[in-house]
Design a protein around this ligand. Structure first.
Ligand code: F6R
Length: 366
C-alpha cells in the first residue's frame, strides 16, 4: 500500500504529479478554461464579494496564504487569511457580502468548522476546499471544491498542500474570468500553465538525490531558518513546519526582508538558512540582497533556485534546483525540495515519520 516506499509520506510526496493531474482532470479543459462544478452557479455572487476571508489551520493556512497572493493579483479582491482559532474568538466583523473560504484536508478540524458556523450565522457565503469527501466541513459549507488528491495517510501534509494550492489556483482563475480581471488570452495561457505544472513538479522530484545528500549533511542541525518573499513566503512557513513536525528540529519560516528586524541575530555558521530564489520573482534582486546579509555573517546558505541558474553555485553551501516556473506557480514547485529535505532529514534521524509524536491526522479538539 506504500507502493514500495518505506513511508506513506514519501509515497505521497512522489505521487504528487499524478494526483495533482487527477485534481485538475475535467476541471481545466484543453482551451485552458476552468470548470469547478461545485461553485459554478455561485460565481456571480462570489464575483461581487467585497472581501474574501480564508480560515484554516496549520499547513492548510499556508495554502490559504498562497491563495491571498493568487486571488489579489489575479482577481483584485481583498483577501484576509486567518488562523481559524483566532478568527472565531475575536468577534470578527463578517458582512453578508463577504465570502468565507474554509480550507481543510480532513474536513474535521474543530476550529475551522467553528469558523464555518460563525460565517454562516453572519449570513456570508461559505465555501469549503476539503479533501475528505462527506466530511463535516464539506457538509456544512454552502458549496465547495474537493481536492481529489486521494487519501493522505502521512500525518505531515504534503500532497494535500499542493492539492489545495492547485484548487485555489483554479478558483482564482475562475474568479478572474468571472470578474474580467484577466484577458481571455491570459486566462487560457494560465489555465494551461497550471495544468502543465505537474511536469515541473515531476522535474523537481527528479532532483530528490540532491535533497538526500543535503539531508545527510544537515541531520544534526539544531535549528533551521526558511526565507522566502512574495508567493514563496508561505512556502517558507510550510517548509519550516514540515521540518519541525517530522524531524523535531526547530525551524522558523520568515518573510526574507523581515530577517533584519530580529532573526538575523541568530545567524552563525551552524544554522542552515534555506532561501527561495526563483528568477521569475519580481523581487529576485531583493532576495539576493537578503542572501548577502546571511553570507556576510558566515551563515550557512542553502539556496533553492531555478535549473540553469548557476549564480549561486560557488556562493552557497548547497544549491537545490527546480524547473523554472511562472511566479504564481512557483509555490507548487518550490515546496517539493522542502518536503524532500524534511523527509530525508527525519529518515536519517530515524524518526517515526508517518506518525510523529504528539500529532494527530485530524484535530477534532480545539
Ligand atoms: C501539517 C498538518 C497540520 C494540518 C492542520 C489542519 O502537516 O498536517 O498542520 O494542516 O492540522 O488540518 P486540516 O487541513 O485537516 O484542517
Amino acid at each position: 500500500e506504500k507502493g514500495g516506499h518505506p513511508h506513506f509520506m514519501i509515497k505521497e510526496i512522489m505521487e504528487q504529479p499524478e494526483v495533482l493531474a487527477n485534481a485538475m482532470r475535467g476541471r481545466i479543459l484543453d482551451d485552458g478554461s476552468i470548470h469547478l462544478g461545485g461553485i459554478k452557479p455561485l460565481l456571480p455572487r462570489i464575483a461581487k464579494a467585497s472581501r474574501i476571508i480564508i480560515c484554516a489551520c496549520g499547513t492548510s493556512l499556508h495554502a490559504g496564504m498562497v491563495a491571498e497572493y493568487l486571488i489579489e493579483s489575479m482577481c483584485r479582491v481583498p483577501v484576509e487569511v486567518e488562523y481559524a482559532s483566532e478568527f472565531r474568538y475575536r468577534t470578527p466583523i463578517i458582512k453578508e457580502d463577504d465570502v468565507v473560504i474554509a480550507i481543510s484536508q480532513s474536513g474535521e478540524t474543530a476550529d475551522t468548522l467553528a469558523a464555518v458556523k460563525l460565517a454562516k450565522e453572519a449570513g456570508a457565503l461559505c465555501l469549503g476546499f476539503v479533501n475528505v469527501v462527506g466530511s463535516s466541513i464539506a457538509r456544512q459549507t454552502d458549496a465547495g471544491v474537493y481536492l481529489h488528491v486521494g487519501p493522505e495517510i502521512g500525518v505531515a501534509s504534503t500532497k494535500a498542500f499542493t492539492g489545495q494550492v492547485v484548487v485555489l489556483s483554479m478558483f482564482a482563475l475562475a474568479l478572474a474570468a468571472e470578474r474580467g480581471t484577466l484577458s481571455k488570452e491570459e486566462l487560457a495561457s494560465r489555465g494551461l500553465a497550471l495544468r502543465d505544472s505537474t511536469k515541473l513538479i515531476a522535474g523537481a522530484l527528479a532532483n530528490a538525490d540532491k535533497a538526500y545528500e543535503m539531508a545527510k549533511s544537515f541531520r544534526f542541525a539544531h535549528s533551521f531558518l526558511y526565507l522566502g518573499r512574495g508567493f514563496n513566503y508561505p512556502v517558507a512557513l510550510e517548509g519550516a513546519l514540515k521540518l519541525k513536525e517530522i524531524s523535531y528540529i526547530h525551524a522558523e519560516g520568515y518573510a526574507a526582508a523581515e530577517m533584519k528586524h530580529g532573526p538575523i541575530a541568530l545567524i552563525d555558521a551552524f544554522m542552515p538558512v534555506v532561501i527561495m530564489a526563483p528568477k521569475t520573482d519580481p523581487t529576485y534582486d531583493k532576495i539576493k540582497a537578503n542572501m548577502e546579509e546571511v553570507a556576510a555573517r558566515d551563515g550557512c546558505l542553502i539556496v533553492v533556485t531555478d535549473e540553469g541558474n548557476d549564480e549561486f553555485d560557488s556562493r552557497a553551501e548547497h544549491v537545490l534546483k527546480v524547473p523554472e516556473s511562472p511566479e504564481w506557480i512557483a509555490p507548487l514547485v518550490y515546496s517539493i525540495p522542502l518536503q524532500l529535505l524534511s523527509y530525508y532529514i527525519a529518515a536519517f534521524r530515524k524518526c517515526p515519520i508517518d506518525q510523529p509524536r504528539n500529532l494527530a491526522k485530524s484535530v477534532t479538539v480545539e
